[in-house]
Each structure stands twice: as structure tokens, then as C-alpha cells.
Design a protein around this ligand. Structure first.
Ligand code: DCS
Length: 286
């Protein structure tokens, strides 16, 4: 049996050896930030971008991370090796440390707590190939969705509502204007042009989103970073989601309404192919 090795505060330990304080502000307030990084064939994909965003999220909540980017990268690599991960992902989070519960920040003597683990999981090939059903849900989240914060109650409730309707993802909308998924970004295709919500405070600027924008540019596919309504989403030629773990995931239906023929569209397929070529190849198909 392979034991899962975790990282906490500079140490690699097994789960039982983890010492997490009840006073951790992540536990009390969701006062922290996180990242999910994909591993293909034992190699990290867009890890620098994810670590950069972790630091950006921390800065936005006025929190310091007691490691350099290089140290975190080293730690992540070590987790992959120690857990023998071929295909899977890394989860890492930083909280504002452990201190008696008061809303205001603890003093500067309280250090942030960094934890991370690695997990094996395959690419969701069936959904990537066939598409998924989604459900629209009102976006009740706060107004700083650009921060990858541990506070995910709005996302959790939306995902649960979608799952209860036998849908894989929730399409969040504010007064009918679609923002993103509960843990993914959303793209639409109409008459050969790709549309996606601009990277404002209302969405997380996904790393996979940015990879897709880069691929589209290379393939000379026109992209407009402009929001669209739920009504427009129903009538798109193609719709797809992007995220670290779901990659480029076609949407077959929204609220039970089929998107075009209900099968992945031509541009979605083209982007998926180009995306697969970019990921570390040794185990990309696993
Ligand atoms: N929007 C939200 C709200 C997310 O939580 C995520 C990622 C994305 C967009 C897509 O961003 P990336 O392309 O950078 O992954 N959610 C992570 C999560 O919670 N699990 O997997 C990815």
C-alpha cells in the first residue's frame, strides 16, 4: 500500500502525523487561499502559473506566504515523487495561521500555515469525449471571485444543486448574465467566434482558460472576452467548460435544453486536440 504523504510547514508527514490546530483561521473563517495543479505522466502542467496565482491571491487578501515560489515548486515536486503520482493533481492551501478566534488579523508573529497533498486520479475521458449536462444556478457569491479563496460556500451550494438535478456542473448567473461554473470557466461559440466572460472580479481567471485563449490565438480563432446571457447560452453553437481537472469539457445540455445537436462541436474538438498536444505527453492518454 502506498501511504499518502502530506506537506505541512516544511515537513513531509503521513496523514496521522499531521498536526492541524482547531484555531486555524482556515477552519474558523475560510481565511486562506488555495490552488490545484494537474500532474500528467509524473510531470506538472502550468505549475508556475498556478504558484504565481497563489501568491496573487495571497496578496489580494493581505496575507504573506512564508516560502519562495521556488521552494513551493520544490515541495510540489517532492510530493509527486513521494506519492508516486503518475496522473493526478496537487492540492495546496495557505491559511492566515492559528490564533484565538477574532475576526481581525492576528499579529505578524502568527505565521501562515501551508499544507499540501498529492492525489492520483485519471483524466475524465468519458465526459471530455461526450460532454456533460449542466444546470443554471443564481450566482450568490461575493464580489471578489478573482481570488482563489477557501471560502467556497456559494460554489458548494451551486454544485450540490446541480448534482441533485443530475448535472455535473452549475452555470452561475447574475441576473441572467452567465459568469462561470462553480469550479470551472465557461466558453460559448457562435458563428465561429468564441465568447467568454472577461477576467473581472466576477470570475476566477482560470489557468486552463488562459491556456485556451492562447491556443485560440495560435489557431487564429476569433475570441471576444464579453459576457453573455443564459438565453444566449441556450442558443450557442457550442458551449464548454474549462478547469485544471476537467480540461476542456463540452456541455451537451443546459437546464435540459440540448446545445445544438448535443454532441461536442467542431471548435471544441479542435481546442481539445491542441490542448492534449500541450500537456506532458508521456502519460497524457491515461
Ligand atoms: N472558476 C472557479 C470558481 C474555479 O474554482 C476554478 C478551478 C476555475 C474557474 C478554473 O480554474 P483553473 O483552470 O485554474 O483550474 N477550480 C479548481 C478546484 O476547485 N478544483 O479543481 C480546480
Amino acid at each position: 500500500m502506498i501511504l499518502t504523504v502530506y506537506f505541512k510547514d516544511g515537513q513531509f508527514t503521513e496523514r496521522e502525523g499531521l498536526n492541524i490546530s482547531i484555531d486555524d483561521r482556515g477552519y474558523y473563517f475560510g481565511d486562506g487561499v488555495y490552488e490545484v495543479i494537474k500532474v500528467y505522466g509524473g510531470e506538472l502542467f502550468t505549475a508556475e502559473e498556478h504558484i504565481d496565482r497563489l501568491f496573487q491571491s495571497a496578496t489580494k487578501i493581505k496575507m504573506t506566504i512564508p516560502y519562495s515560489k521556488e521552494q513551493l515548486m520544490e515541495m510540489v515536486r517532492e510530493l509527486i515523487v513521494r506519492n508516486s503520482i503518475s496522473i493526478g493533481h496537487i492540492y495546496m492551501q495557505v491559511t492566515r495561521g492559528a490564533a484565538p478566534r477574532t475576526h481581525q488579523f492576528p499579529g505578524s508573529t502568527v505565521a501562515s500555515v501551508v499544507t499540501a497533498y498529492a492525489v492520483s486520479n485519471p483524466r475524465p475521458m468519458t465526459s471530455i469525449e461526450n460532454g456533460v449536462a449542466v444546470k443554471s444556478v443564481e450566482d450568490i457569491r461575493w464580489l471578489r471571485c478573482d481570488i482563489k479563496s477557501l471560502n467556497l460556500l456559494g460554489n458548494v451550494l451551486a454544485k450540490q444543486e446541480a448534482n441533485e438535478a443530475n448535472c455535473v456542473e452549475a452555470l452561475l448567473h447574475r441576473e441572467g448574465v452567465v459568469t462561470e461554473g462553480s469550479s470551472s470557466n465557461l466558453f460559448g461559440v457562435k458563428d465561429g467566434t468564441i465568447y467568454t466572460h472577461p477576467a473581472t472580479n466576477l470570475i476566477l481567471n482560470g489557468i486552463t482558460r488562459q491556456v485556451v485563449l492562447g491556443i485560440s490565438e495560435k489557431l487564429a480563432i476569433p475570441v471576444v472576452e464579453k459576457s453573455f446571457t443564459l438565453e444566449e447560452a441556450y442558443n450557442m453553437d457550442e458551449l464548454f467548460l474549462t478547469s485544471t481537472t476537467s480540461e476542456i469539457m463540452p456541455i451537451s445540455s443546459v437546464d435540459g435544453r440540448s446545445i445544438a445537436s448535443g454532441t461536442p462541436g467542431v471548435l471544441t474538438r479542435k481546442l481539445q486536440k491542441a490542448f492534449t498536444l500541450q500537456i506532458p505527453t508521456s502519460n497524457a492518454g491515461v
